[in-house]
Design a protein around this ligand. Sequence first.
Ligand SMILES: [Zn+2]
Length: 313
Amino acid sequence: MDYRVLLYYNYTQVEDPEAFAKEHWTFCHNLGIKGRILVASEGINGTLSGTKAATDCYMEQMLSDERFKDTYFKIDYSDGHAFKKLFVRPRAELVALHLAEDIDPQQITGKYLEPQAFREALLAEDTIVIDARNDYEYDLGHFRGAVRPEIHNFRELPDWIRKNKEQFMDKKIVTYCTGGIRCEKFSGWLLREGFEDVAQLHGGIAAYGKDEKTRGEFWDGKMYVFDERIGVEINQVDKHTVGKEWFDGTPCERYINCSNPECNRQILVSVENEKKYLGACSLVCAKHPNNRYVKKQQLTANEWKRQLDSLTK
Ligand SMILES: [Zn+2]
């Protein structure tokens, strides 16, 4: 466990995101850091991996910069890099909500709940806990009893809330996401939308899992992460698997992308069923001429056909 994975964001002013991104890429590259860092005039959002020495140096440098001095880094341990490459990209928004009128979390955002207060909110009768992430993230793991918005992308969340408004009116609302950045905007949007009592889990699930008192209690499954690890453990108290195998519904925490490159749907699939269904989510996808599983396994046309036939029998 010589490597560290850092997750952080900071809503702050960055004058020239493009110039900053270039300079920051060189800085990270020289440290041997890999990962994905987004820079916008509204701030910075990063998830990256590197050796302990490299990530220590990275954090020290960031915290010595006036703009980023109050950044809260969530730190994970790892055997190696969690990313294959390094991207530092300028962006219009840190998290894309595509609102006609953007939310500035420095002006409006929900109350911060620290992990222990959040755990109390999970148990409170008058409080609704909303998962602010996408459906496939929820399906791998989530807080027990949390609302699952039917969205595949963060920008669909405001519309989904408007359509389901009655469920949440007159309730206390608490939101959570991976590291907290999405909730900064989402909880601010809820307030602007007229919801009165809105709070957010400070530091997200990542901070909750590291908290010494909560130790991830009431989290079920794994936390979806946007790197090579795909899922990480959160609950150190009592772990339950909630992920369900795409084909047979048995407990499963193994995500693959459908082997049809035009589908690419992320599905939880066992090793056996990946083989059986040729890495695809459906028969239609299994038959696709560019099936990546077939290519990777170097199946002959006959072997491919035989497997497809066995599926239709
Ligand atoms: Zn598919």
